[in-house]
Design a protein around this ligand. Structure first.
Ligand SMILES: [Zn+2]
Length: 235
């Protein structure tokens, strides 16, 4: 079943949160990464938000291991504290762990102090459990405003959204999910999937098809760090 999965994609990220708040026009803002220019290099980064979650994260990790793929996990601090063994496993298996806030609030509705705490509290959890400091930040649901952007930049983060959202509530089979994701394949894309919070069974089921399909098209999956390194290449 695919119930209640938010319809968030590059095309339909909410453009305004409320009448009072200005959510930036994300794709055009140079402070926010949505895709990386890798030239002709067929590289993509697979990212998972909202975990860890014992219902889905172990299965995702098993699939990634089977295909020898490294992915990037934007984890939620509260979940990490509940399931520290999953965070350790993600780190041990060579994946990247990044910051998706401590409790997954809609940040444009938070005050400055609360927004800072959300970032720093999760950062401390990630450091403690993985031994590494996160460098990238993805706000829950992609919701941003100027203040959130400046707060996270001041704390040394790069804000990373996505190019292709894997989940979409109109897709009801794993094959459809995989096909929809494959049809939007492009070099330098950042793929957004989820391994927690809601029912992600369909994502897990679609994952092998997505991986095989990208491989057949000549794509290689890399960590977000590696994809972002391509920004520095002069071409
Ligand atoms: Zn999220």
């Amino acid at each position: 079943m695919l119930l209640g999965i938010p319809r968030l994609s590059y095309d339909n990220i909410p453009q305004s949160h409320s009448a009072e708040e200005t959510v930036v026009t994300i794709a055009a803002d140079p402070r926010v990464v949505c895709r990386v220019n890798t030239g002709n290099a067929r590289l993509v980064a697979l990212t998972f938000d909202d975990g860890p979650d014992p219902r889905f994260t172990p299965r995702v990790l098993d699939i990634l291991k089977h295909y020898h793929i490294k992915a990037t996990f934007f984890i939620v601090g509260q979940n990490a504290e509940k399931y520290p063994y999953l965070v350790r496993r993600i780190a041990r298996e060579g994946h990247s762990i990044q910051n998706h806030t401590y409790s997954h609030p809609d940040l444009p509705g938070c005050n400055r102090k609360k927004a800072s705490e959300e970032l720093l509290k999760n950062e401390a959890v990630i450091k403690r459990l993985s031994g590494k400091s996160p460098r990238y930040f993805r706000p829950p649901k992609g919701l941003l405003d100027d203040e959130i952007i400046e707060i996270s930049r001041a704390k040394g983060y790069r804000i990373v959204l996505w190019t292709v959202a894997v989940e979409n509530s109109t897709l009801i089979s794993a094959e459809d999910v995989a096909m929809s994701t494959l049809n939007r394949a492009q070099p330098g894309a950042i793929l957004l999937a989820h391994d927690g919070r809601l029912d992600r069974s369909l994502t897990v089921e679609a994952l092998p098809f997505i991986i095989q399909g990208y491989h057949q098209k000549g794509y290689r999956f890399v960590l977000l760090e590696e994809l972002l390194n391509y920004e520095a290449i002069d071409r």
